[in-house]
Design a protein around this ligand. Structure first.
Ligand SMILES: Nc1ncnc2c1ncn2[C@@H]1O[C@H](COP(=O)(O)OP(=O)(O)OP(=O)(O)O)[C@@H](O)[C@H]1O
Length: 227
């Protein structure tokens, strides 16, 4: 049986005092690709935020990449984040510096110091996302699809066991979306990275089928049908 990367048991997820998702039970294994769907406001982002330590788990049990979510404090969040990569719809790249410097910024912020190892790592992740030799570019010199690839490269820097992607195709045309989906599936399959991707994009789910989890009326439904 593959290693469990995400486990939530009887988890209640709150925004402030509001209970958003109740009695969430979810397991995701190494290399697994999971879609997270649900209406606007149904709690997808709240669930992802709980997994990357932006919302603290107050009730129930949770584990992400060996990290106990009940044990998260602001001081410990960096340790949790080091084991996962987060990809957003709007890329969130630093616009005032090159791709290379965007990636180096994250490595330094997560404790890397050796210049040669940093260079090798940056080359490695750019290669994985198909952007070899594009490190000198500024974000504004790249297309949306290329910027999303940089965002994914950034998420891969610390060899995470899990990638959490919040609508990564939300700003992309269908053809570019397909390329990003192929990349995410390749990362899951070839590197054993579990991927949880929140999306409203049912076209990509149809084209790239995978297990689908749905937030609906305060619950999380596993293996949900979306069509
Ligand atoms: N920072 C916050 N403070 C208080 N309530 C919040 C906060 N963020 C979200 N909420 C509420 O939590 C509920 C779930 O929101 P969430 O963003 O998780 O939904 P979602 O499914 O990701 O929606 P979308 O598809 O629009 O991204 C909503 O009712 C929202 O208003």
């Amino acid at each position: 049986m593959a290693e469990v990367i995400v486990s939530l048991q009887h988890a209640n997820i709150y925004q402030g005092d509001n209970l958003i998702l109740q009695d969430v039970n979810l397991s995701v294994h190494k290399g697994e690709f999971v879609y997270l769907v649900g209406k606007t406001g149904a709690g997808k982002s709240s669930l992802l935020k709980t997994l990357y330590g932006d919302l603290f788990l107050r009730q129930g049990d949770g584990m992400v990449a060996g990290f106990n979510l009940r044990d998260v404090s602001w001081k410990k969040v960096p340790y949790l984040r080091r084991n996962l990569g987060v990809v957003f719809q709007d890329f969130q790249l630093l616009t005032d510096r090159t791709v290379y410097d965007n990636l180096k910024f994250v490595l330094k912020a997560t404790g890397w110091t050796n210049q040669q190892l940093m260079n090798e790592k940056i080359e490695d992740v750019l290669d994985k996302v198909g952007l070899r030799a594009k490190g000198f570019k500024m974000p504004f010199e790249m297309s949306g699809g290329e910027q999303q690839r940089v965002d994914i490269a950034r998420a891969l820097l610390n060899s995470p066991k899990l990638i959490l992607a919040d609508e990564p195709t939300g700003n992309l045309d269908p053809e570019t979306s397909d390329e990003i989906m192929q990349l995410l599936f390749y990362i899951a399959r070839d590197y054993g990275t579990a991927v949880i991707m929140a999306t409203h994009d049912y076209r990509v789910i149809q084209k790239f089928p995978a297990r689908t989890v749905k937030t609906e009326r305060g619950k999380v439904l596993d293996n949900a049908s979306v069509f």
